[in-house]
Design a binder for this molecule. Structure first.
Ligand code: NAP
Ligand code: ZN
Length: 348
């Protein structure tokens, strides 16, 4: 066991503070990673504030991890010292169920082990990437292609895969009409990926404040949901709507924007339940669906896809001492489009 410096919430809703956390000794299949950058996902904020239920504290969040391999266990074959690697929302799963067998570890029937706040195989609580180092079993470590800078790659490990997976699953391709609701961390990745897949992309944002950014990222159209004309003039206009909003939205209004056989996929995970009127799905054979991050093979595919298409997150790099301020700014919608913590600033 070794101690490393981390930023953790000491209690529900309390500001994060610097602490020491333990990392296990390297097992034969483990990889020790020197973390260089960790993205701040809205899920980190939901979690430490108790939005999704009680947690075990202190809790160091962070599941958008990019760094380099510092050491490997005796039987590791996939990664070598010095490799540029990433870790996302999962650090282990059963490896045997039907979901794991097809590489969909996020749907592990026995419950995958989350990167932070989960009970690990050894009974300890997992601690995330707002820390200097992490030890992860090799199968949950992915390669970061040379073309991607580590800081702008970090958010791909959650925001990238969470949007890539449903866009691929629902077969978004050239000519697909895709709307992305919410231009935040997830949304700005969804726009870039959908555009690269050849879709006609529309952003549905609360206002036109970020319109220039949205168009620059690859959106073809940018509409304000605060304007009633958006819902009046765009009925039956989309094949897929990807809802990335961290708060409840009126699903009925959005369902009317779907064409026949269209699907509204929710990835945003507000604490409150969302409801809709079944007549809105019946009248257009529409579907309401959800999607959870992505599996490990798909995460590697996403990183390779982003490298090939020159896609990465638009980031604001911050020192660890600015994490609490960054949380407030995320909650206020004041981020373009992801805060990334420079982990070197944790030292000292
Ligand atoms: P974020 O950067 O805060 O972006 C959320 C965006 O939603 C905001 O930029 C804003 O976009 C819009 N929004 C916020 N409050 C709103 C409100 N009251 N009404 C309408 N729109 C609002 O958050 P994120 O990191 O992208 O995460 C988004 C959500 O996805 C969170 O709930 C997170 O927990 C969840 N998530 C889910 C998964 C999964 O696997 N399913 C993975 C990661 C994250 P505009 O300013 O453009 O309106
Ligand atoms: Zn996340």
């Amino acid at each position: 066991m070794s101690l490393v410096t981390a930023y953790a919430a000491p209690a529900e809703g309390a500001p994060l503070e610097k602490i020491e956390i333990a990392r296990r000794e390297l097992g034969p299949h483990d990889v020790l990673i020197d973390i260089a950058f960790a993205g701040i996902c809205h899920s980190d904020i939901h979690t430490v504030r108790g939005d999704w239920g009680p947690q075990r504290y202190p809790l160091a969040p962070g599941h958008e991890i990019a760094g380099t391999v510092a050491a490997v266990g005796a039987e590791v074959t996939r990664h070598a010292v010095g490799d540029r690697v990433g870790v996302g929302c999962l650090v282990d799963s059963c490896g045997e169920c039907r979901a794991c067998a097809r590489g969909a570890q996020q749907y592990c029937e026995r419950g995958a082990i989350g990167t932070y706040g989960a009970i690990d195989r050894d009974g300890t609580v997992t601690q995330g990437g707002y820390s200097q180092q992490v030890v992860v079993t090799e199968g949950f470590v992915v390669r970061i292609p040379e073309a991607l800078p580590l800081d702008a790659a970090a958010p791909l490990l959650c925001a990238g895969i969470t949007t890539f997976s449903p866009l691929r699953h629902w077969n978004v391709t050239r000519g697909s009409r895709v709307a992305v609701v919410g231009l935040g961390g997830l949304g700005h990745m969804a726009v870039q990926i959908a555009h690269a897949l050849g879709a006609e992309v529309t952003v549905l944002s609360q206002s036109l404040r970020k319109k220039d950014d949205g168009l620059r990222l690859g959106a073809d159209h940018y509409l304000a949901t605060s304007d009633p004309a958006t819902f009046r003039d765009n009925r039956r206009s989309f094949d897929l709507i990807l809802n990335t909003v961290s708060a409840p939205i009126p699903l009925n209004d959005y369902l009317s924007l779907l064409d026949t056989d269209g699907t509204l996929v929710c990835v945003g995970a507000p604490p409150e339940p969302l409801s809709f009127d079944v007549s809105r799905v019946i009248s257009g054979r529409r579907s309401v669906a959800g999607s959870n991050i992505g599996g490990i093979p798909e995460t590697q595919e996403m990183l390779d896809f982003c490298a090939e298409h020159g896609i990465a997150a638009q980031i604001e790099v911050i020192p660890a001492s600015a994490i609490n301020e960054a949380y407030e700014r995320v909650l206020a919608g004041d981020v373009r489009f992801r805060f990334v913590i420079d982990i070197a600033t944790l030292a000292g």
